[in-house]
Design a protein around this ligand. Structure first.
Ligand code: FPP
Ligand code: MG
Length: 408
């Protein structure tokens, strides 16, 4: 089957993602410098790459640098020079006891001793905590806009729930994927039986539901419940594949939204609802989360090809081994149509995984994936820039930058 033409694919991607025009963002905070354009021998998706910023990854240790240099007082809102803002430091107090509190909820809700270590296995505070961070930063940015300086109890609960839903989905995911390793330790399914892990995932989800119901806000309940139906649908979509390139990219992007972006988008939306913001603000918060979420997953799919398993804490090329064609492969198809047959047979024949991995590296698939992720981050930044100026609002912009430049 012939590959879709470059401009068609580009136009298709643009349409699917509902982007506005790519705006070059000049962020004072960024230590990024523009690199010279890389020599690209042929440009299968020329229009897609045309405006690419080709930033370098000099800010790969941005978090560490920001931590080391931050003079930011925690919990202090209001305009501050961007270079002083470290998102982690800024909400350190909000995050400090969060994992202890989650574990307490899970431990106190059961009399079944073994449920406790299984359900808390991925809630050990060793993850990136991206979801609660974005949720808290959005809550505080919107609260600031509304003239308030405190994170409400309900908003903090949503941040906890965001991590709990994520952890519940990982417990299920590791059973489905028969995973070996996650976050630098044996996957939960290696330590306990599949039956127990699946039930522990349900237990984490049920406990999160109880916490949600105690917030007593129907709109928030509907918003958060949507995440769970989306996660399941995203996983279901991942089991199937499409025949044509057009359908495949649409399928991939929808799946990416459902599996990853919905959680972030709906959590930041929920805290904005709790802030009693108007519908426009709620939609903006949601769009910020949607764009950051899509970028986050695109980078995840990219890192599966370029990061070391030591850095990721989980095996690399895992998607190909699971039969999944993510953005780098879908883009690589343009130059190497032989990938189509491999995609259709889900990389099952001997040598498929290795060949596909090699072709992705020889194509522009990785650059195009990064470019697409960068566009979503730019869109998120643009939205965050329109919020009232505060340290939290700036931290949301920095978070979008960190997502694109993360190394694990
Ligand atoms: C990780 O994906 C998995 C997810 C982001 C979502 C998994 C969702 C389900 C299993 C549906 C059930 C959900 C709940 C809440 C019970 P990945 O396998 O691409 O990433 P990985 O390499 O980190 O495993
Ligand atoms: Mg997995």
């Amino acid at each position: 089957m012939a590959c879709i033409g470059s401009s068609r694919l580009c136009a298709h991607v643009e349409k699917l993602c509902q982007y506005g025009h790519f705006t070059q963002l000049r962020r004072k905070v960024s230590t990024t410098t523009c690199a010279k354009s890389r020599p690209v021998d042929s440009r299968p998706s020329g229009a897609l790459l045309k405006h690419c910023q080709n930033k370098t990854n000099t800010q790969d240790s941005r978090i560490g640098l920001a931590r080391a240099t931050s003079t930011m007082q925690t919990q202090m809102p209001g305009p501050l020079p961007d270079y002083q803002i470290d998102p982690y430091r800024l909400i350190e107090d909000d995050l400090k006891d969060m994992f202890d509190d989650i574990r307490l909820e899970l431990i106190n809700n059961t009399t079944q001793e073994e449920l406790q270590p299984i359900s808390t296995y991925y809630l050990d505070g060793q993850g990136k905590a991206v979801r609660p961070m974005l949720t808290i930063l959005m809550a505080r940015a919107i609260n600031y806009h509304k003239g308030r300086n405190v994170l409400s109890h309900s908003q903090r609960q949503i941040a906890m729930i965001s991590e709990m839903i994520h952890a519940a989905s990982l417990l299920h995911d590791d059973v489905i994927d028969m995973s070996d390793f996650r976050r630098g330790k044996p996957s939960v399914n290696v330590v306990w039986s599949q039956k127990k892990v699946a039930m522990a995932g349900d237990y984490v989800l049920a406990t999160a539901c109880m916490m949600l119901s105690k917030i007593k806000n129907d709109e928030v309940t509907i918003t958060i419940s949507q995440i769970v139906t989306d996660l399941v649908q995203g996983e279901f979509m991942q089991l199937g594949s499409k025949e044509t390139e057009n359908e495949r990219f649409a399928h991939y992007l929808t799946k990416t939204y459902l599996k990853t972006a919905s959680l972030i988008a709906n959590c930041v939306k929920a805290v904005t609802i709790l802030s009693e913001a108007d519908d426009r603000m709620i939609e903006m918060a949601y769009q910020y989360g949607r764009n950051v979420g899509l970028a986050f997953q695109l980078v995840d799919d990219l890192l599966d090809f370029v990061a070391s398993s030591a850095a990721l804490g989980k095996p690399t090329a895992a998607d190909l081994k699971l039969g999944l064609a993510t953005a780098p492969v879908l883009f690589a198809c343009e130059r190497y149509p032989e990938l189509n047959a491999m995609i259709m047979r889900r990389f099952q024949e001997p040598g498929d995984v290795e060949k596909a991995f090699e072709l992705v590296h020889e194509s522009n698939g990785l650059e195009q994936t990064r470019f697409l992720a960068r566009k979503h981050c730019a869109e998120a930044s643009k939205i965050a820039q329109s919020f009232s100026k505060s340290a939290y609002q700036k931290a949301l912009i920095i978070m979008a930058d960190l997502v694109i430049n993360r190394m694990k």
